[in-house]
Design a binder for this molecule. Structure first.
Ligand SMILES: *Cc1c(COP(=O)(O)O)cnc(C)c1O
Length: 224
């Protein structure tokens, strides 16, 4: 099927039509992005800085680029001038660097804080306790070139739907819990980035506001 047909099929299944579809184009050629762009998609997700910057230079300026992968501090400077949203912020040190590079680029950079919700220990992210401490610390409140917009999480890669659902539910609960705190002005807890090709419907049932979908749109990836 064509990318456009895949997009229509995915969107038709959405439980929440207001949920933002971030088309994950990692490993896919510029021509595939152009096809999705022609079908109306403006939000694209990449997980490698080099690939992201190369594609950004070649593609229309109104694309909103989402950095969805693990981000190394020494690479923040390459995306700081243009990135729309950084999904996977998982350490305070990374936030500091994003703040610094955003200031240099004379902008505010939107971020999501990644929470470790999966039971697998290989996934990145803050624990709920770390997160609650972080947003209440004075060092965090001083970062005025970042804007934290919510949370991001990845569920365990398992067939067990109840488990995946419970993990997404835990992220939603944490968002609500954070909204009961008095948060600093660099933080709004509105967005929940959760759900990929295999679990985006479960994520939407649990209140996802943005889903990151790759293979269901662009087909399977060939990793090197
Ligand atoms: C690759 C990736 C996705 C998309 O995965 P699909 O299963 O192809 O939809 C979503 N989020 C992150 C963080 C990814 O790295």
């Amino acid at each position: 099927m064509s990318i456009q047909a895949n997009l229509e099929q995915v969107k038709d299944t959405f439980i929440n039509p207001a949920c933002l579809l971030v088309a994950v184009s990692k490993t896919k050629p510029v021509s595939a992005i152009e096809e999705a762009y022609a079908a109306g998609i403006r939000d694209f997700g990449e997980n490698k800085v080099q690939e992201l910057t190369e594609k950004q230079a070649l593609l229309p300026e109104d694309i909103r680029w989402h950095m969805i992968g693990h981000l190394q501090r020494n690479k923040v400077k390459f995306i700081a001038p243009f990135v729309h949203l950084i999904h996977g912020v998982d350490t305070f040190k990374l936030l500091l660097e994003i703040n610094k590079q955003a200031e240099k680029a004379n902008r505010k950079i939107s971020c999501l804080l990644q929470v470790h919700i999966a039971t697998e220990d290989t996934k990145f992210g803050f624990s709920p306790e770390e997160l609650l401490d972080l947003v209440q610390s004075s060092a965090y409140a001083e970062l005025n070139h970042i804007q934290v917009r919510g949370l991001m999480g990845m569920a365990t890669n398992t067939e067990n739907q109840e488990r995946v659902k419970a993990e997404f539910a835990s992220l939603k609960k944490l968002l609500a819990e954070m909204n009961r705190l008095s948060l600093p002005s660099n933080t709004q807890m509105d967005e929940l980035s959760m759900g990929m090709s295999g679990d985006y419907l479960l994520a939407q049932e649990e209140g996802s506001t943005m889903v990151r979908i790759g293979s269901a749109i662009f087909g399977n990836r060939n990793y090197r």
